[in-house]
Design a protein around this ligand. Structure first.
Ligand SMILES: Cc1cc2nc3c(=O)[nH]c(=O)nc-3n(C[C@H](O)[C@H](O)[C@H](O)COP(=O)(O)OP(=O)(O)OC[C@H]3O[C@@H](n4cnc5c(N)ncnc54)[C@H](O)[C@@H]3O)c2cc1C
Length: 463
C-alpha cells in the first residue's frame, strides 16, 4: 500500500469509526463479485457509512486522494456493475437500511438506500400499501434505482424509474442534492430523477429515495396457463394486452425452466411452456378479466389454465417463479450464470423468442427462456462452464446474436439488468451520437472519473 493510500485510510478513520472501515480479505472478496459470470476483482477497502453526512465525507476524501468509489447495495447485479476493476473503495450501504417515513395519504415512502424490497413490503403491509418493483433477488432500493430495475409487475405499475419521486444524491465533490420533489407531476427544470435512475453508481451515491407505493388490491388472482409451444404462449400475451385486459403480471417460463422450477421448488407443475399470470382489482372486474383471458388463451391453443385464489398457493406460485435463477444455479454446481436481457417492441417478441430458441440449439448451448413478456423483455438463462473457453465463446456469440437482432428491430441490449461491463460493447451501436451526450454528462458530473469508473461508458480497455 502506498503512502497516499495509508494517509487516505487514516483520514477515513477520522470520519468513520474504526469498525466502519475494513481491509479484511473476506469482506473484500464479498465485494469483488456479483451474481454473474464476470471476472472478480477486489476493492482495496470497504466502508459501511451510516449517514448521508458520512457518505459525503467519504466521497470528499476519495475525491481529494483520487481514489475510485464503487457504491454497493446487495451485489445481485448481473453485468459486473459492482466489480471494482480499478480497485479503490467500495461503499456498502447495508447499514443505511431504515424506512424513514411513510406518507400514507400521498402514497409515498422515504427510505435509505440499503432497505431491501421485501423489507419495505413488510414495513408497508400494516398501512395496506405495497411497493411494486420485484426483481428476482431481494435487492436494495438504492441498487434497484441505480439499475432501473423492473420485475414481474412492471407491465401494470411500471419500472423503477416510474416510482422515483426524489433522490438525495452525494455528488463526486461531496455536495448533496435532491433530484425531485413530492409532487405527482412537475415541469420544473431538467428531469434529474430520470438521469440518476439507471446511472449504475457512475454519477453519484443515492443516500435517500422517495418512492411511490400503492394500495394493496382488494382482490388478487393468480393463474398458470400452459401451451403446446412457446409461440402460442407469447402470442396469447400479445392478444391479452391488445384486448386491454389490465393484467398485473404475465411471465413466460419455457419447458426446460418449468422442469427446473419443479426440481427446485418441489412443485408438480406441467412441464410445457407456461404463462404465470396475476390479476388485481375488485371482485366484479376481476371476474370479467378472468373470463376474457380464458377465452383469449383458448384461441391460442392453451392446454390448461389453473387459477389460484388462496394466498398460500399464490405465494407458492410466485416464489417458484422468483426462485428460478437460483433453481438453475442450484441445478448446475460449478457453473456460472449468463443471463441475456434484450427487450423489444411487443409485436416483435414472438419472432425474437423463436430466433433465440433456434440460436441456442444451433450453438449447442443449454439454456432456458423466461421473461417479463408483457414488457417485451425476455431472458435466456445459460449455465456455463467458465473453464471451457469454447463454451464461453459460444455463449458470448449467442448473447451478441440476440442483442443485434433486438437492436435491428428497435429494441435494447438490456431491458432491466443494466450495462455494467457486459453490455458496454453495444452502447455505441444502440445510442449512436447520443452516447457522446452521455459521455459529456459523465465528464461534467465526475470530471476525475472516480465514480464506478469504466462502467456504462468505456474510458479505457480493461486489462
Ligand atoms: C436471481 C436474480 C434475479 C434477478 N432478477 C431481476 C429482475 O427480475 N429484474 C431486474 O431488474 N434485475 C434482476 N436481477 C438483477 C439485480 O437484482 C438488480 O440489478 C438489482 O437492481 C441490483 O440491486 P442490488 O441492491 O443488488 O445492487 P448492486 O448489485 O449492489 O449494485 C447495482 C448497481 O447499483 C449501484 N448502486 C448500488 N447502490 C447504490 C447507491 N446507494 N447509490 C448509487 N448507486 C448504487 C452499484 O454501483 C451498481 O452499479 C436479478 C438478479 C439475480 C441474482
Amino acid at each position: 500500500m502506498g503512502t497516499d493510500t495509508v494517509n487516505f485510510v487514516n483520514a477515513l478513520k477520522e470520519v468513520l469509526s474504526e469498525e466502519q472501515v475494513t481491509e479484511n480479505q473476506t469482506v473484500r472478496e464479498l465485494h469483488g463479485r456479483d451474481e454473474s459470470y464476470h471476472e472478480e476483482c477486489l476493492p482495496d477497502l470497504v466502508v459501511f457509512p451510516e449517514t448521508t453526512k458520512q457518505v459525503s465525507e467519504v466521497v470528499k476524501l476519495a475525491n481529494n486522494y483520487k481514489i475510485p468509489v464503487v457504491p454497493f447495495g446487495l451485489g445481485s447485479s448481473l453485468e459486473g456493475h459492482v466489480i471494482p476493476y480499478e480497485n479503490g473503495i467500495t461503499i456498502d450501504f447495508s447499514r443505511m437500511n431504515h424506512i424513514l417515513e411513510v406518507r400514507e395519504s400521498d402514497f409515498l415512502v422515504r427510505v435509505q438506500p440499503g432497505v431491501t424490497r421485501t423489507q419495505l413490503n413488510k414495513g408497508l403491509k400494516k398501512y395496506g400499501l405495497f411497493f411494486s418493483v420485484d426483481p428476482g433477488a431481494d435487492a436494495t432500493l438504492g441498487g434497484m434505482a441505480a439499475t432501473n430495475a423492473s420485475g414481474t409487475t412492471s407491465v401494470k405499475y411500471g419500472v423503477m424509474r416510474d416510482q422515483v419521486r426524489d433522490l438525495e444524491v452525494v455528488l463526486a465533490d461531496g455536495e448533496i442534492i435532491h433530484t425531485g420533489n413530492l409532487a405527482a407531476k412537475s415541469s420544473s427544470g431538467y428531469h434529474l430523477n430520470g438521469l440518476f435512475v439507471g446511472s449504475e453508481g457512475t454519477l453519484g451515491c443515492f443516500t435517500e429515495l422517495t418512492l411511490k407505493v400503492y394500495g394493496i388490491p382488494e382482490h388478487i388472482m393468480a393463474a398458470r396457463a400452459s401451451f403446446p409451444t412457446l409461440n402460442n404462449a407469447v402470442e396469447a400475451v400479445v392478444s391479452i394486452l391488445q384486448a386491454g385486459v389490465p393484467i398485473a403480471r404475465v411471465e413466460l417460463v419455457d419447458e426446460t425452466s418449468m422442469k427446473q422450477v419443479n426440481d427446485f421448488s418441489d412443485t408438480s407443475y406441467k412441464e410445457s411452456p407456461t404463462l404465470f399470470l396475476e390479476f388485481h382489482g375488485n371482485e366484479a372486474g376481476l371476474k370479467q378479466d378472468v373470463a376474457f383471458t380464458r377465452e383469449i388463451v383458448k384461441e391460442h391453443h392453451c392446454l390448461d389454465i389453473e387459477f389460484e385464489t388462496d394466498t398460500a398457493a399464490r405465494n407458492r406460485l410466485w416464489e417458484a417463479r422468483h426462485n428460478l435463477a437460483y433453481a438453475y444455479i442450484h441445478g448446475h454446481p460449478g457453473k456460472k450464470m449468463m443471463v441475456t436481457d434484450v427487450c423489444l417492441p411487443i409485436s416483435e417478441l414472438s419472432d425474437a423468442i423463436s430466433h433465440a430458441r433456434e440460436a441456442v440449439d444451433a450453438l449447442g448451448l443449454n439454456g432456458g427462456i423466461l421473461g417479463h413478456v408483457g414488457d417485451g423483455n425476455y431472458h435466456v438463462l445459460l449455465m456455463i462452464d467458465m473453464g471451457n473457453p469454447d463454451e464461453v465463446a459460444r455463449a458470448e456469440k449467442f448473447n451478441e446474436q440476440i442483442v443485434l437482432y433486438a437492436l435491428k428491430r428497435g429494441g435494447t441490449c438490456t431491458g432491466e439488468h443494466g450495462v455494467g461491463v457486459g453490455k458496454q460493447k453495444y452502447q455505441q451501436k444502440e445510442h449512436g451520437q447520443a452516447l457522446q451526450v452521455m459521455e459529456k454528462i459523465k465528464q461534467a458530473l465526475d470530471p476525475d472519473n472516480l465514480f464506478n469508473p469504466n462502467k456504462i461508458i468505456k474510458t479505457k480497455e480493461r486489462v
